[in-house]
Design a protein around this ligand. Structure first.
Ligand code: ATP
Ligand code: MG
Length: 498
C-alpha cells in the first residue's frame, strides 16, 4: 500500500514550513489493514490561517479548524490539532480548542483503531530529530525511500490484530460526548467484521437510547454504510442486540419474535434480516438491499390469527407505505424512497412458468418501470433465500426474466401509444378534459393485453367505438382488465397466506 503522492506533498509542505504533520484517523486504520482508505486526513500543528498560506488551492469552510487542500484533483482535509471540549447536545463540541500536541488530538478520537497517526515522511524520527530537521529543512528524506511509522498511543494496532473495536478511554464518557459514536461502533463492526470489546459493548447498550439526540441524516449515513457492507444483515442484528434499532427503526423491531405461518421457519424480523444479508452478499444496490430489509416489515401489523395458518394479507401495500414513512423520516432522497417502496409494493409479483402471461408482465412493468425489473427480481431472490426454506425455483425467476426481456419492446406506457391526446380530440371533436385522458387509458389497457392493437388506424377506429361509453364505464373496463390479470396472483397470495 502506497501513500498517495498528493498526501505526501501536503505532509512535506507543512513540515518544510516548520510544522508537524501526520496522516491520521481512518486512513491510518485502513492503511494498517491494507485496505484502500476512502479519504486521507492530515492533522497538523499549523493553524488554519497558516495552512491556507502554505497551500494556494485550499479553502476553509468550518469552525472546527479544517482546511480542505486541493492537490491533483484530490481533496485532503487538513485539520489543526485540537481538543474537543464539552458536548452539551451530544452531537457537536460546544467549542474547539487547538493544541500543539498530537497525542491530545488522538485522544479525542472515538476508537483505538481510529486514534493512530502515520509518520509518513520521517521513518524512525524522534522528537529531537524533528527539531533538528526544522533547522535543516533542505535535508528532508525523499518519501519513496522511507517506510512509514505508526504512532499508536492506545494500542490500536493490537486491537486491529484482535479484530476489536475499543473506545479510547472511558467508553461511557466517549459515547456520552457524541452519540453518533454508538452507530459508528456498529458500522465498523459490520464493515470490518470485528467484535466490539466488552466494556465498550456494555456502554453502547447502556447508552443506546441516547441515539435519539443524533440527527436523522447522521444516523442515515451510518445506516447506509452498514447496509452497503458485506455483513449488512449481521450489522442490523448488532443494532438490534445493542438496542439502537428499536430507537430509530422501531418498525423493523416490530417483527422480532413475530412468528409466521407454515411457509416460514424464521420470525418476521429474522427473515427480513436474512433477506438483506443475501442481498448484501450478492452486491445488490442500496434500494434493493433496503427493499429486502423492508419487504415484510408490515407483517406484524396485518397479521391475522396465529400459528401455521396465520395470514398477512396486504402486507405488500402496507409495507410500501411504511417503507415510505421510514425513509422520509430518515431523510433519504426522493428517488431512493420511490424506488424502494415500489420494490416493496410489488415484491409478491406472480411468476409461475406456465401461468404468467405476457399481459400480466407488461402490466407489472408499467407499474414498476422496466429499469427496476432486475432489482425487483433480485428482491424476490432475497425473499426466497431469506426464508430459510427456498423452494427450488430459480428457474422460475430466470424464466420470468426472459419474459420481461421478451415484452420489453412492447408498449408499457400511455406515451408509447401510436396516437395521443390531440388525435383523440381531433377524431371526436372534443375539447381538452378528463374524457381524453380516460379514453387514452382505455386504449392503453387494450394494448397492454394485445400489443398488435397499437397501430394508428386501428386505434383511431377504436377511439370512435369507445366514445359511446361514459367515463365511469371506461374506468370500469380498465379495472376489469386489471382484475383478470390479478386473479392468478391473488390465488397464489391466498395459497401462501400473504
Ligand atoms: P470512513 O472509512 O468511513 O471514512 P473514518 O473513521 O475515516 O471512516 P471519518 O468520518 O472519515 O471516519 O473520520 C475520520 C476520523 O475522525 C476517524 O477515524 C476518527 O479518528 C475521527 N472521528 C470521526 N468521527 C468521529 C466522532 N464522531 N467522534 C470521534 N472521532 C471521530
Ligand atoms: Mg475517513
Amino acid at each position: 500500500m502506497q501513500i498517495p503522492s498528493p498526501v505526501m506533498f501536503v505532509l512535506e509542505a507543512l513540515r518544510t514550513a516548520g510544522y508537524e504533520a501526520y496522516a491520521v484517523g481512518g486512513c491510518v486504520r485502513d492503511f494498517a489493514l491494507s485496505r484502500e482508505p476512502k479519504d486521507w486526513d492530515v492533522a497538523t500543528s499549523a493553524k488554519p490561517d497558516d495552512i491556507q498560506k502554505i497551500f494556494s488551492k485550499s479553502f476553509y469552510e468550518n469552525k472546527f479548524g479544517t482546511v480542505t487542500v486541493l492537490k491533483d484533483s484530490m481533496e485532503i482535509q487538513v485539520t489543526t490539532y485540537r481538543i474537543d471540549n464539552r458536548y452539551s447536545d451530544k452531537r457537536h463540541p460546544d467549542s474547539v480548542k487547538y493544541t500543539s500536541d498530537l497525542k491530545e488530538d488522538l485522544t479525542r478520537r472515538d476508537f483505538t483503531m481510529n486514534a493512530m497517526a502515520l509518520d509518513a515522511v520521517s521513518a524512525g524520527d524522534t522528537e529531537g530529530d524533528f527539531k533538528s530537521r526544522q533547522q535543516h529543512r533542505g535535508t528532508l528524506l525523499k518519501p519513496s525511500s522511507v517506510s512509514p511509522r505508526i504512532i499508536d498511543p492506545f494500542n490500536g494496532q493490537q486491537d486491529l490484530r484482535d479484530k476489536l473495536i475499543r473506545a479510547v478511554g472511558d467508553p461511557k464518557e466517549r459515547f456520552g460526548e457524541d452519540a453518533l459514536r454508538l452507530m459508528r461502533a456498529a458500522r465498523f463492526a459490520a464493515q470490518l467484521d470485528f467484535l466490539i470489546e466488552e466494556n465498550t459493548l456494555r456502554a453502547l447498550k447502556e447508552l443506546a437510547p441516547t441515539i435519539k439526540f443524533v440527527s436523522h441524516e447522521r444516523i442515515r449515513d451510518e445506516l447506509v454504510k452498514i447496509i452497503m457492507s458485506v455483513r449488512a444483515g449481521k450489522g442490523i442484528d448488532l443494532l438490534r442486540e445493542t438496542g439502537l434499532l428499536a430507537v430509530f427503526l422501531p418498525e423493523v423491531m416490530e417483527g422480532y419474535g413475530v412468528g409466521q405461518n407454515k411457509h416460514h421457519i424464521y420470525d418476521v424480523y429474522e427473515h427480513n434480516m436474512r433477506a438483506l444479508q443475501y442481498a448484501a452478499e450478492q452486491g445488490f444496490n442500496l434500494e434493493t438491499r433496503l427493499a429486502s430489509l423492508f419487504h415484510d416489515v408490515a407483517k406484524p401489523r396485518v397479521k391475522v390469527g396465529d400459528g401455521p395458518n396465520s395470514t398477512f394479507y396486504n402486507h405488500d401495500l402496507v409495507g410500501a407505505k411504511m417503507t415510505r414513512q421510514i425513509m422520509q423520516r430518515m431523510k433519504f432522497s426522493l428517488s431512493e424512497i420511490e424506488k424502494t417502496s415500489l420494490l416493496v409494493r410489488y415484491h409478491l409479483f406472480y411468476y409461475n412458468v406456465d401461468e404468467v402471461t405476457p399481459s400480466s408482465v407488461r402490466r407489472l412493468i408499467k407499474n414498476v418501470g422496466l429499469e427496476n425489473m432486475d432489482d425487483l427480481i433480485n428482491v424476490r431472490f432475497a425473499d426466497r433465500i431469506g426464508s430459510g426454506v427456498p423452494k427450488a425455483e430459480p428457474y422460475k425467476l430466470r424464466h420470468f426474466r426472459y419474459m420481461v426481456d421478451k415484452v420489453s419492446k412492447d408498449p408499457i406506457s400511455v406515451k408509447m401509444l401510436k396516437i395521443n391526446g390531440d388525435d383523440v380530440m381531433k377524431i371526436l371533436g372534443i375539447p381538452p378534459g378528463p374524457k381524453v385522458g380516460i379514453l387514452l387509458q382505455a386504449l392503453f389497457s387494450e394494448v397492454l393485453d394485445d400489443p398488435s392493437k397499437n397501430e394508428e388506424n386501428e386505434l383511431k377506429k377504436r377511439t370512435m367505438e369507445l366514445d359511446k361509453f361514459s367515463a365511469s364505464e371506461l374506468s370500469e373496463m380498465i379495472r376489469k382488465a386489471e382484475e383478470r390479470v390479478k386473479t392468478l396472483e391473488d390465488e397464489e397470495k391466498r395459497q401462501y397466506r400473504v
